[in-house]
Design a binder for this molecule. Structure first.
Ligand code: ADE
Length: 226
């Protein structure tokens, strides 16, 4: 999967070089590219925003800069033989709440572009234009709170999606069992020692009766979900 991240703070994405995601990048499972939006400006001050029509506080990111950035990267990806489903994801507190189902769906696309807004967001015509032009556009939120920009929400999306790619996880079973994947929250997990600060591991997990363990875990999942 190819992922293009656009931001005026490209340094924000240094963490993608860490951990499993960095390894997936090195292994060629994901082709992750970070872009400085200001590279598509044309003035001395590298301006990306302007005052809102209709008045009000804050600044709005201009559609012209975003249009040039997205057009160029889409054209380059197409020219380099990049085929399959392409999605433009725009993090915004007014977007659709991100769910595991959405992450699973996005894990099936071949090219993900994430446009991170700052200030009061990106001019609405960017999403509207690309939707009209036939690109799949996803305006999504990671929760009912407001961040200073879309970068943290982009990292959340990238991590939620890439860990679902074939070959990403050492043990794919951990994806099958985890919270949200089957509509239930995951059962509690325990490891050694058997007693810690007076707290015991539930007896059933120590007995080796796999049917009983499976039943117990399902009961705990149902309980947590309820
Ligand atoms: N940008 C600012 N706040 C956000 C949120 N809650 N989700 C996604 N993008 C955002």
């Amino acid at each position: 999967m190819r992922i293009d991240l656009f931001s005026i703070f490209p340094e924000y994405f240094a963490p993608v070089g860490l951990s499993l995601l960095g390894k997936a990048d090195d292994a060629g499972l994901v082709d992750l590219r970070v872009h400085d939006l200001r590279d598509w400006t044309h003035d001395r001050h590298r301006t990306v925003d302007d005052t809102p029509f209709g008045g009000g506080a804050g600044m709005v990111m201009m559609p012209s800069v975003w249009g040039e950035a997205i057009d160029e990267v889409v054209a380059e990806a197409s020219a380099s033989g990049e085929e399959g489903r392409r999605v433009l994801a725009i993090p915004t507190p007014s977007g659709t709440p991100l769910t595991q189902r959405m992450a699973e769906d996005l894990a099936r696309c071949s090219h993900l572009l994430v446009a991170c807004g700052r200030y009061e967001g990106i001019d609405q015509r960017v999403a509207d234009h690309y939707r009209e032009a036939g690109l799949e556009v996803l305006e999504y939120s990671i929760g009912d709170y407001v961040l200073n920009g879309g970068e943290a929400a982009a990292l959340v999306l990238v991590e939620a999606v890439t860990r679902l790619l074939d070959g990403f996880m050492g043990n794919p079973e951990s994806i099958v069992e985890e919270s949200h994947s089957n509509g239930l929250l995951e059962y509690p997990a325990y490891t050694k020692p058997r007693t810690w600060r007076g707290l015991e591991v539930p007896e059933v997990l120590l007995g080796g009766d796999h049917a009983r363990i499976a039943r117990w875990r399902r009961d705990r999942s149902l309980e947590r979900t309820a």
